[in-house]
Design a protein around this ligand. Structure first.
Ligand SMILES: *Cc1c(COP(=O)(O)O)cnc(C)c1O
Length: 426
């Protein structure tokens, strides 16, 4: 890798002044590479490994007694981790629980709130992560509704972002709209939507507002209760670093407690009477009601440790560094990579940006493959995005500098041309 025109010493000085610099020591970054993919799968921390090992040990030593004798007991583990997550959401502990996968939670929450809402159409946007549309469509079909008619898809003006006023216009145009369900951060461009404004506009029009926070929890602070958001869900394996397929999280505003979830199951039953084994369901008086089956302890345990890392760092400090890292990356793209065909596809206003940056390039797919082979782990997102995430807990300013230099080199040297469209060396 050749140096850029920019002075690498500037990056190194910023690292010396970085209050979060030492947190990188708590993570295992594969092959000491430049891991710019923490918004797809966060790396393992020693903390997450420790809490996972502890639960395995409890299972070995206690067997079924772990449900009551584990430290903490497994029976209320999902609620307990909900309490720990709550500060990241700006919610009360009772409003947050861990459960299921994000996709299952979308089914459960959108289903529940479709049943409660005054209208039966759901407002989404065309840049959503596909699973959200699959789940919403399925929930519409299960209610005998035609998704072609009842899924209201807000279009993007530029192919990258969604304008809040277009969301509001869609709510105004459709008097059958009952629920608006949007991401906090768009998975491709990294645009951060205005959760407060969209929620307020929804409520003024009698709609319920829900969000998929997969690309923001753990890197962008939230204030869900104060904004009156009705429901939300998110993954734990992205910025929360809880491991591949880790249990997801969900939030339900306390004014909805007592509802019966669309996907009711015994683990969401009132805890005190769960083991009376009644045939009728009494929902827990909390977001815990939206659990379904038994908490999967082995996919939940790493989250306990990874939350300790985040709480030690503090979400505000994490967000501050995240904004600085993405700002720095954008600056390097503008100054050094534009001549090589790269462009920034992410909003430049930090208040409208999540934790990653979309580097647009006509050869994004082959470039992504070439970068990975150099140990620069990025994601290709069709049609033209090299998605790059400098996650603040383990990425330095020098890492960002080096990643940008590799981006330039794989194009300048023509290295990417040795890959075919599928990313294989041809
Ligand atoms: C990653 C992601 C998901 C993934 O859902 P799973 O059920 O965990 O597979 C869903 N929605 C969004 C917006 C995502 O970014």
């Amino acid at each position: 890798m050749d140096e850029l025109d920019a002075d690498a010493a500037v990056a190194e000085r910023r690292d010396e002044a970085d209050p979060l610099a030492e947190f990188a020591d708590r993570f295992h970054v594969p092959d000491d590479g430049l891991y710019m993919d923490g918004n797809s799968l966060g790396p393992l921390s020693t903390d997450a490994e420790r809490t996972l090992d502890r639960v395995v040990e409890e299972w070995r030593e206690m067997g079924i007694e772990g449900w009551t004798e584990g430290e903490p007991p497994w029976f209320r583990y999902a609620e307990r981790l909900g309490d720990r997550l709550a500060p990241l959401l700006g919610a009360d502990g009772d409003e947050v629980v861990i459960a299921n996968s994000t996709t299952v939670n979308v089914h459960n929450l959108v289903g529940t709130f479709l049943d409660r809402a005054d209208g039966d159409a759901v407002v989404v946007d065309e840049l959503d992560f596909p699973t959200d549309h699959y789940a919403v469509r399925a929930q519409l079909r299960q209610r005998g509704l035609d998704p072609e008619e009842k899924l209201v898809v807000v279009e993007s003006r530029d192919g990258r972002t969604i304008a809040a006023e277009d969301v509001v216009a869609a709510m105004d145009e459709r008097d059958d709209a009952g629920v608006v369900f949007l991401p906090s951060v768009l998975y491709r461009s990294g645009q951060l939507l205005d959760v407060e404004r969209i929620t307020a506009a929804a409520h003024e029009r009698g709609l319920l507002a829900g969000f998929d926070l997969a690309h923001s929890v753990g890197v962008v602070p939230h204030d869900l209760s104060a904004h009156g958001v009705d429901f939300a869900t998110w993954c734990s394996y992205k910025y929360l670093n809880a491991g591949p397929g880790a249990i997801a999280g969900l939030y339900v505003n306390e004014r909805h407690f007592g509802e019966t979830p669309a996907l009711a199951g015994w683990w969401g039953h009132e805890k005190e009477t769960q083991f009376e084994m009644n045939m009728t369901y009494t929902p827990a008086d909390s977001a815990g009601a939206w659990q379904t089956g038994t908490v999967p302890m082995l996919s939940a345990a790493p989250l306990e440790g990874s939350l300790e890392v985040l709480h030690d760092a503090g979400i505000d400090a994490v967000r501050e560094k995240s904004v600085e890292l993405t700002e720095y990356l954008i600056e390097l793209v503008d100054d050094e990579l534009a001549d090589y065909g790269y462009a920034v596809g992410t909003p430049r206003d930090p208040d409208r940006r999540g934790g990653h940056v979309a580097l647009e390039h006509d050869e994004a797919e082959r470039i992504s493959a070439a970068l990975r082979d150099r140990g620069v782990v990025v994601d290709y997102r069709p049609p033209n995005v090299v998605r790059t995430c400098p996650s603040p807990l383990y990425t330095s300013f020098r890492d960002v500098y080096d990643a940008a230099a590799h981006c330039r080199d794989v194009v300048a040297s023509g290295e990417y041309e040795t890959y075919d469209a599928e990313g294989e060396v041809s």
